[in-house]
Write a protein of this length. Structure first.
Length: 193
């Protein structure tokens, strides 16, 4: 799974490299939803509508409506990288890893993702929109439980994820609390290189 003898790491964006939750929370505040009424806590499930305290709690269609409005208002560009994410990805790239950014953002029709990556100095060798299992990689870094489980069951790859509540118990994965840990984890797992 190397390209030109370089190992490949496939990395998701939303709630993996960048804080989608906080960007959505900020959009909700900008729309006048008060923190006392809607504290908008970190999600306990990948499906945000299953977490109490959001204006769309219990209603997936309402979540999708809020998401669409937020994207139209620049949500993807407004997301902030998690602390240490940019530096960790730069380190991986500098040490010979090919970086494939892969996202399920089917609603990015204006190139926002590529502009965001450039604005945040995130190096990458490929940008993929769609099913991550279409890509051949040595390492996957993602937060979506279904993707993590599918890759565990079908790939011989190292699988990492941020230590979010909704993905911390996925079998066969390695959780990290800080992006600064990621280059060290990959260096220790030489069998995947």
């Amino acid at each position: 799974m190397t390209i030109n003898n370089q190992p490949v790491v496939c990395i998701d964006i939303d709630n993996t490299i960048a804080d989608y939750t906080d960007a959505l929370r900020m959009f909700i505040r900008q729309c006048g939803r008060d923190a006392n009424d809607y504290p908008c806590p970190n999600p306990i499930a990948y499906d945000f509508s299953k977490t109490a305290g959001w204006p769309f709690t219990g209603d997936l269609k309402s979540f999708l409506w809020w998401h669409k409005r937020a994207v139209g208002d620049g949500l993807y560009y407004n997301e902030q990288p998690y602390e240490g994410a940019v530096e960790a990805i730069q380190t991986l790239h500098e040490t010979g890893w090919r970086i494939i950014i892969s996202t399920s953002r089917k609603d990015d029709t204006r190139g926002t993702t590529a502009r965001w990556l450039k604005a945040n100095n995130i190096p990458y060798d490929g940008l993929h929109f769609g099913d991550k299992t279409d890509i051949r990689f040595n390492v996957l870094i993602d937060d979506k439980p279904d993707v993590l489980e599918t890759v565990f069951n079908t790939y011989d790859a190292l699988i990492l994820h941020p230590n979010h509540e909704y993905c911390k118990d996925i079998k066969g994965t390695v959780a990290f609390d800080s992006w600064s840990e990621v280059p060290f984890i990959l260096n220790e797992e030489e069998e995947y290189v």
